[in-house]
Design a protein around this ligand. Structure first.
Ligand SMILES: Cc1cc2nc3c(=O)[nH]c(=O)nc-3n(C[C@H](O)[C@H](O)[C@H](O)COP(=O)(O)OP(=O)(O)OC[C@H]3O[C@@H](n4cnc5c(N)ncnc54)[C@H](O)[C@@H]3O)c2cc1C
Length: 335
């Protein structure tokens, strides 16, 4: 349903909606997919997942960063969560977005900001730092910064988006780095990216197989797709690939039972756990990927009504109104 996908992607990119949602706090079902707005509740979530044999990668939410002050604040939050994880002795590392660290403001400043995080991570047991993949328009900037950092640090890695035509070349360039392989979450044009699920899945499998056979570093296969996961399980068996050379990853709040099942079967497993106030863009991208996730939103709004308390009811109505107002505004704008 490309129209639905486009609609939610457009919402995820809308600064006004993101700002309004931030003031409101996680709503519309986002609580189920965002671990918490603060570090304490996030640490609690990580501890519970660790008890189930699941490690975590933590994402300090927020992409609409337009000032150096905001970018520095994000860097400090990331260092703080790393420190807290280290002190609590839990299994977790961070996933960072260079848009949050200022890539649309100044590349050199972003490089310094990211370098600061990596230096601190070295102090915290050389904790791994993943640089998330974002929109294609940011790829050149992200790559330039990563190319400098990888010469200095051995605890940095990144993400390869299988929807990109050039994904195989990018992946091979980083064959010595720890990599996460994903299908890709943003809207890109046909000159840059495959458009159909069949094409993307085919390229994703090709990348996974090539990587597992040739890589010199750890691989994270990040998907909720049981067809891909079953394929990987069979592939590693057929090729005698060491289970400790790769892991599966999923997003917090999605297919949790399946995640537990894979961890129980002895596969390395890491959960991507987002936290913080900037939940809206992240949540809208999840709705774009899978319109069935709208169920999370409806359940939340109706469960608020069922509680029959004025406050939760009002929050539900406010949330629904926000979505409706935003939708109308966007449709008008796009006409
Ligand atoms: C840990 C992690 C990190 C990520 N990091 C990035 C990143 O840095 N950059 C980026 O661009 N993207 C990232 N993504 C998002 C990714 O690119 C995809 O957009 C997202 O994972 C959806 O694709 P999918 O592989 O899960 O399969 P889809 O093609 O969305 O789903 C395939 C099939 O899986 C089943 N399925 C999927 N979800 C569910 C569900 N919730 N319940 C039941 N069945 C389900 C359905 O049968 C569906 O048809 C990340 C994803 C994960 C899991």
């Amino acid at each position: 349903m490309p129209v639905v996908k486009d609609f939610f992607i457009a919402l995820s990119n809308n600064k006004f909606m993101n700002e309004s949602a931030k003031r409101m706090g996680p709503a519309l079902g986002a609580k189920k997919v965002v671990a918490g707005v603060d570090i304490d509740s996030t640490i609690d979530t990580v501890e519970k997942l660790n008890e189930r044999g699941i490690s975590c990668t933590l994402d300090n939410l927020g992409e609409f960063v337009t000032s150096r002050h905001e970018a520095l604040e994000a860097q400090q939050n990331i260092v703080e969560i790393m420190r807290r994880c280290y002190n609590a002795n839990i299994q977790a590392h961070v996933s960072i977005k260079l848009t949050q660290l200022g890539i649309n403001i100044d590349k050199d400043f972003t490089y310094q900001n990211t370098r600061e995080i990596l230096l601190k991570a070295q102090e915290f047991d050389n904790s791994f730092v993943n640089i998330d993949a974002e929109k294609f328009e940011d790829l050149v900037g992200i790559t330039e910064i990563l190319d400098k950092l990888k010469n200095e640090f051995n605890n940095v890695g990144t993400v390869i988006q299988a929807y990109l035509h050039d994904a195989m070349n990018i992946m091979d360039k980083y064959q010595d780095l720890r990599l996460r392989l994903v299908k890709g979450a943003y809207k890109e044009g046909p000159h840059i990216a495959y458009q159909t699920k069949e094409e993307i899945d085919r390229n994703y499998i090709k990348l996974i197989e090539h990587r597992l056979l040739t890589a010199n570093a750890f691989t994270s296969i990040a998907t909720h797709d049981h067809n891909i996961i079953n394929h990987v399980k069979q592939f590693v068996k057929n090729h005698n690939i060491d289970k400790n050379s790769f892991e599966f990853q999923m997003l917090y709040g999605f297919r949790t039972d399946y995640a537990y099942e894979l961890a129980d079967e002895g596969y390395n497993f890491t959960m991507y756990v987002p936290f913080g106030e900037d939940w809206f863009g992240y949540f809208m991208r999840r709705l774009a990927e899978r319109p069935q996730n709208i169920n999370l939103m409806l359940l939340d709004i109706f469960s608020a009504k069922n509680k029959k308390t004025f406050i939760t009811g009002a929050a539900g109505v406010a949330a629904a109104s926000l979505l409706t107002i935003g939708s109308i505004a966007l449709f008008k704008k796009n006409k």
